[in-house]
Design a protein around this ligand. Structure first.
Ligand code: COA
Length: 260
């Protein structure tokens, strides 16, 4: 399928594994990688055979060690807002994706890497994962949605602590504050993500897409989440899968969902 310079695209049994592939730079997100991520997400939205997505980093040391600091020399008062909005837009595509997206965090998830993981619907981390938002050490702040997503995920106090100190935390601390969903050994990481996705893929796809829509409405001040939920409930009620799901329960058999 797609050919990228800094991304690996592998599809197996309906699951796309997108791997950020710049291991010599600890998978730091340069502008080109970000644009490739945009294209990859667009393709993943459209490709019918893709039912779920894992985002990870190449190698055992790093998920993504942040935005590419060498490109920060190009950031100035004229383009900074656009750079931030561009990153926000690409990460929102991940968050709004109607198919489940899990971050498999296999090492450093720093700065833009932590922001990328937070844009995914869930985060599974290996025992060697390290999270942090060290932007203040560079005279910046997280600009790809991190100030908002971190606060919603872990609450105001912990978000302030992480973003003001810039300190790294390990996977166990990340689990204890609600930043991640599970911890596994590095060897079991991708299998754990696939295990969760395989459960989700047995459920009704339109219902899953509507859950994503409703949960994301919490993040969107311009939307009334209860109205979005009622609308999603109505959308599901029109589907063949809803008929099938309820019928299968009454007939004491497993449902066969078709995504319509
Ligand atoms: N941007 C660009 N290059 C990066 C990078 C980033 N965010 N993070 C790591 N790299 C590069 C290093 O410059 C180095 O490249 P080189 O071999 O050409 O010199 C390579 O990746 C390996 O990193 P190195 O620092 O040698 O590894 P380490 O094990 O000593 O340290 C880290 C690992 C993650 C602690 C360290 O690389 C680091 O602090 N990175 C920056 C993290 C950061 O501030 N991210 C937020 C940016 S907003």
């Amino acid at each position: 399928m797609s050919h990228f310079r800094y991304l690996k695209w592998e599809v197996e049994q309906g699951i796309l594994t997108l791997t950020i592939n710049r291991p010599d730079k600890l998978n730091a997100l340069n502008f080109e990688t970000l644009e490739e991520l945009r294209t990859a997400m667009r393709n993943a939205y459209e490709e019918q055979s893709i039912k779920a997505i894992i985002i990870t980093g190449e190698g055992s040391k790093s998920f993504v060690a942040g935005a590419d600091i060498t490109e920060f020399m190009q950031v100035n008062e004229y383009n900074a807002r656009k750079i931030s909005e561009n990153g926000q837009e690409i990460f929102s595509m991940i968050e709004m994706c109607p198919k489940p997206v899990i971050a498999a965090v296999n090492g450093y998830a720093l700065g833009g890497g932590c922001e990328l993981a937070m844009a995914c619907h869930m985060r599974i981390a290996s025992t060697n994962a390290k999270f942090g938002l060290p932007e203040v050490s560079l005279g910046l702040l997280p600009g790809y949605g991190g100030t908002q997503r971190l606060t919603l995920l872990v609450g105001k106090g912990k978000a302030f602590e992480l973003m003001m100190t810039g300190d790294m935390i390990d996977a166990h601390t990340a689990l204890s504050i609600g930043l991640i969903n599970h911890i596994t050994s590095p060897e079991a990481l991708i299998d754990k993500c696939k295990e969760i996705l395989n459960v989700i893929m047995q459920r009704a796809p339109i219902a899953i897409a509507q859950v994503i829509e409703c949960v994301n409405a919490v993040y969107n001040e311009s939307k009334n989440g209860y109205q979005v939920e009622a609308n999603s409930f109505a959308i599901c009620s029109h589907t063949e899968d809803f008929r099938e799901g309820t019928k299968a329960f009454l007939e004491k058999r497993k449902p066969v969902f078709k995504g319509r």
